[in-house]
Design a protein around this ligand. Structure first.
Ligand code: AMP
Ligand code: GLY
Length: 428
């Protein structure tokens, strides 16, 4: 069969890498892909938001299954468009994608269906928002309603910071229309985890848990990024908690969507804070997480294409998936300045030294091939991923590989997985 993957990041490289392992797949296309993906798939120069062109391409090339990486294609309604042409596509329809594309919609759904989440207020006017934060408890969290590439959320430690965030989002319109409405919510305390499931709108099959590192620098300092690294499993999620998350969060939102007349199909991602009172939802994403996917798919011991087809066909069998017991960790190598301004076009050296290392996989994100050379082409450049007996071993292996790679002003966090390693040491 022929598969098309949409996107160009580390998540899409991991998807292509896993799909390439399916014995049923003869040909993979990726739109637009990157230099790493080009080794496994034919890269097509179509942007993820050009959903008409993607549909035409899939139709003309008789693609059997299309898999969507980024939220932007889903929010634009790519699934509805593909389905209207009889094409098979993995991901939720536009109305379901609102769970990620509108934080206000998502919050309203959580309240309506009793899903635990932070207490919040919605504002459409910056003066009202400013008046509210002046008398609110701090820290407090300010969120733009719409999509903002993971950067529309600010955790304010002071009233001044909160007012600044309101100004940036609502008055300066830093995220455009996404800032027409904001949510101001209580700051939750606890440990943050990512929990993803496959669902066909009725049946739910969970993936293993993972944790990502959103802040730019060690010790969770600096601005939020698209993700500086991740690991799986996480010591925070045991079987009990996993069941609780499904019962209190995942099933109610999927059946809530169904009650609203929306069948949710694809991957549902819950970003959760595990508080003293249990799991509370920070956000829903309507797609595979990035970089969570890079640490989860290498552990999956089943054919991903089979699972995704079952989802698309609405016949996902409820079962426990088979997972590699080993731990997996991914360290993001980013361009200097990221998540702020950064330069592209830096030569990446050392990749050949780690290409054949055992249990190390280099997922490319912002990379581009120029002749024989691979250059940087984005903020997050590489996700150096390793498997190991436990997180400590996986981390050791990943960091050994990171040391071999270099480009001008490359930066990466040195503490990916450290919290999990410390926890396991305390347990031992
Ligand atoms: P979101 O895009 O809503 O997941 O927010 C991005 C990041 O901001 C999350 O991963 C958390 O680290 C943080 N965050 C969001 N909401 C809250 C909250 N209510 N309390 C504490 N931290 C939060
Ligand atoms: N890792 C966070 C996300 O995929 O949104």
């Amino acid at each position: 069969m022929k598969v098309l993957v949409v996107g160009s990041g580390g998540r899409e490289h991991a998807l292509v890498w896993k799909i390439a392992r399916s014995s049923r797949v003869e040909k993979i296309y990726c739109a637009p892909g990157n230099a790493g993906i080009a080794g496994l798939a034919e890269c097509i120069d179509i942007r993820p938001d050009d959903i008409e062109k993607l549909t035409d391409f899939a139709f003309a090339n008789r693609i059997d299954l299309t898999v969507i990486g980024p939220e932007v294609s889903l929010a634009k309604g790519i699934v509805d468009l593909f389905e209207s042409k009889g094409l098979k596509i993995f991901g939720p329809v536009q109305k379901a994608a609102l769970l990620e594309a509108s934080k206000v919609f998502s919050k309203e759904m959580m309240i309506k269906y009793n899903i635990p989440t932070a207490k919040s207020e919605i504002f459409t006017n910056s003066n009202d928002a400013r008046n509210f934060v002046r008398i609110a408890d701090i820290p407090i969290v300010i969120k733009a309603d719409g999509l903002a590439a993971g950067k529309g959320v600010m955790v304010a430690a002071t009233i001044e910071e909160a007012e600044k965030a309101i100004g940036i989002i609502m008055e300066d319109k830093h995220f455009g229309e996404s800032g027409n409405r904001i949510i101001i919510e209580e700051c939750l305390k606890g440990e943050e985890v990512s929990f993803m499931v496959f669902t066909d709108g009725e049946n739910i099959v969970p993936m293993v848990g993972s944790q990502d590192h959103k802040r730019a620098y060690d010790d969770d300092k600096g601005d939020n990024t698209g993700g500086m690294g991740a690991y799986s499993p996480t010591p925070v999620i045991n079987k009990n908690l996993s069941e609780r998350i499904i019962d209190e969060v995942i099933r109610p939102i999927i059946s809530g969507m169904a009650a609203e007349g929306i069948r949710y199909k694809g991957v549902l991602y819950a970003g959760l804070m595990i508080t003293d009172q249990g799991p509370k939802v920070l956000e829903f994403n309507v797609r595979y997480g990035d970089p969570e996917t890079q640490v989860i798919l290498p552990r999956l011991k089943e054919d991903l294409v089979d699972i995704m087809e079952d989802v698309v066909n609405g016949r996902l069998a409820v079962r426990e998936l088979n997972w590699d017991d080993r731990a997996c960790i991914c360290v993001t190598c980013a361009s200097g300045g990221y998540p702020g301004k950064y330069e592209k076009g830096k030569l990446i050296s050392g990749l050949e030294k780690i290409r054949d290392l055992k249990d190390v996989i280099v997922f490319h994100a912002g990379t581009i091939q120029q002749g024989a050379r691979i250059m940087t082409n984005g903020g997050r450049v590489l996700g150096i991923t390793a498997l190991g007996k436990n997180i400590a071993q996986a981390a050791k292996r990943a960091y050994q590989a990171v040391k071999e790679v270099c480009f001008e002003e490359m930066h990466y966090r040195k503490d990916i997985g450290l919290r999990a390693i410390e926890k396991s040491i305390i347990k031992e």
